[in-house]
Every structure is written in structure tokens, then in C-alpha cells.
Ligand binder design. Structure first.
Ligand code: KIV
Length: 275
């Protein structure tokens, strides 16, 4: 299969072909996602919840992101890796933002970074793009602003927020982003934004008319049930399969049914004589 690059995103938009993105945070999962033919992995700061058990994404650090991104890069050889810039890593000035994005590429071996926000981060996006680092923007529900937004809420349901989202979408495209994630945006508004922009839109809870879709892999495999958003579809029940496997192991060991001869290493037992 052909290597996916930043140009693949633009080509897909121009040809009207859908793009697929899934999160992954480790070597084994990245290898599976890569082999499955998905276009892109997002090393999302959602790892704070799905991998580290935090309540939200705010405690995640640049070092956490780099650690997971590098593991993903060791597993995924074909697809395009986007690494999230975590909370506070792009809000203390342009130099900090470019340096942090650079670490995601140099140490995290990602191909691009993603950051949340529209008009207010356009200057930061421009500076990172100028440093030759592709940027995926993220507008709509932006989980790093959970305290400022007053919780996880669908965005773009009032006249003001519709206008703001359209202005945000135009601003990130203008700043040089190669794609934009639309999270929890009403489907008709996401469709309108997708028509207005010449860069691809990647939807999560933004309807079928976006140029691509992204989901958190534990959500779509039925592995994470702390909270299931309305937009999630379970494409497999991996959580149940894992639990069944874990308890089959527990029962087999306790019943003396595992391990058996076929799992043992043999030796010359004369070596044990006289010990
Ligand atoms: O962190 C993440 O997984 C994300 C997706 C929800 C788009 O940003």
C-alpha cells in the first residue's frame, strides 16, 4: 500500500475521496491500524483519559505525547501520524509553540501536529507551518477548553457560534493548516464548512458530509465505557472479547489447565540429579 503523506489529504479532497483517521497511542495498536489500511493515526491527547485514566485531557504533558507518538511511529510505517499538542503547549508564545511542535516531530517522530482553536490560534498555526511542520487544526468542541466552555457541548447552535465557527474554519485554512477536525458540530453546519474550505474537514460528531472521519479507537472497538458520546459506533466488541480472554486465563490457571506440556521447555533432567 502507498505511503500516506500530507499531499494525500489535499488529493483526497480534490477527488472527493473520504479520509480515515483513528487514534492510537502505542506500538501494537499502531501496527494493526497501519495494516488495516487506515490513512492516518492521531496520537490524541485523549490518551490522558483512555490510556492514563485522567478525567479529562488537561493533565497531559508534551513529554507524555512524545512518549506515545514515538511508540506509534515505531509501529506504523505507511500511514500519516498526527500528534496532538497538549494543553498549554501552544499558549505561552510563538517560540514555545514552535519548539514544542518541533519536539513532536524530532522526538515523537510524528509527521504533523494538531492543535485546538480557530481565529485565536491562527498566528501560532502560521508560525508552526512556517517552520515546515504541517498543522491540523481542531475547531468546534475543543476539549482543552472544557473549563472555559462550561463542559462538553455541541458547538454552532446559535447565530453567534455559527458565525464564529465559520470564521474559525476560514482563519485556520488561511493560516496554512492542511486539514481541520470538526468536533461535535451540527451536520448541516459541518457540510457548509466542508463546502467553503479547500482543505479537508475531518469530522467527529459532525455528520457524514465531512471529507473524512476520526474516532478514538477504544470507543469504536467497545473498549472504553466510562463515557460513550452519541457519535460513537461500535465496529467491534473488543472490550467484551478481552474480558472473556482474561477470565478464561484466570480460570485455566486456577484449575491447573494452563500451562500444559506444549507450553513447557524441556531439559536434560539428569542435570537435576543430586541437587
Ligand atoms: O485527542 C483526540 O483523540 C482528539 C479527537 C477526539 C479528535 O482530539
Amino acid at each position: 500500500m502507498k505511503k500516506v503523506t500530507v499531499s494525500t489529504f489535499q488529493e483526497a479532497k480534490e477527488k472527493g475521496e473520504k479520509l480515515t483517521m483513528l487514534t492510537a497511542y502505542d506500538y501494537t495498536t499502531a501496527k494493526l491500524v497501519d495494516e488495516a489500511g487506515v490513512d492516518s493515526i492521531l496520537v490524541g491527547d485523549s490518551l490522558g483519559m483512555t490510556m492514563l485514566g485522567y478525567e479529562n485531557t488537561l493533565p497531559v504533558t508534551v513529554d507524555d505525547m512524545i512518549h506515545h507518538s514515538a511508540a506509534v511511529a515505531r509501529g506504523a510505517k505507511r500511514l500519516f501520524i498526527v500528534c496532538d499538542m497538549p494543553f498549554l503547549s501552544y499558549s505561552t508564545g510563538i517560540r514555545d509553540s514552535v519548539m514544542n511542535a518541533g519536539r513532536m516531530i524530532q522526538e515523537g517522530m510524528a509527521h504533523a501536529v494538531k492543535l485546538e482553536g480557530g481565529v485565536e490560534v491562527a498566528e501560532i498555526i502560521r508560525a508552526i507551518v512556517d517552520a515546515k511542520i504541517p498543522v491540523c487544526a481542531h475547531i468546534g468542541l475543543t476539549p482543552q477548553s472544557i473549563n472555559a466552555l462550561g463542559g462538553f457541548k455541541v458547538q454552532g447552535k446559535t447565530d453567534d457560534t455559527v458565525k464564529k465557527l465559520i470564521a474559525d474554519a476560514k482563519a485556520v485554512e488561511e493560516a496554512g493548516a492542511f486539514a481541520v477536525v470538526l468536533e461535535c458540530v451540527p451536520a448541516p453546519l459541518a457540510k457548509k464548512i466542508t463546502e467553503i474550505l479547500s482543505i479537508p474537514t475531518i469530522g467527529i460528531g459532525a455528520g457524514a458530509d465531512c471529507d473524512g472521519q476520526v474516532l478514538v479507537y477504544q470507543d469504536m472497538l467497545g473498549m472504553y465505557d466510562d463515557f460513550t458520546p452519541k457519535f460513537v459506533k461500535h465496529f467491534a466488541q473488543v472490550g467484551e472479547a478481552m474480558k472473556e480472554g482474561f477470565s478464561a486465563y484466570d480460570r485455566a490457571v486456577k484449575a491447573g489447565e494452563f500451562p500444559t506440556k506444549e507450553h513447557e521447555f524441556a531439559m536434560d533432567e539428569d542435570l537435576l540429579k543430586g541437587i
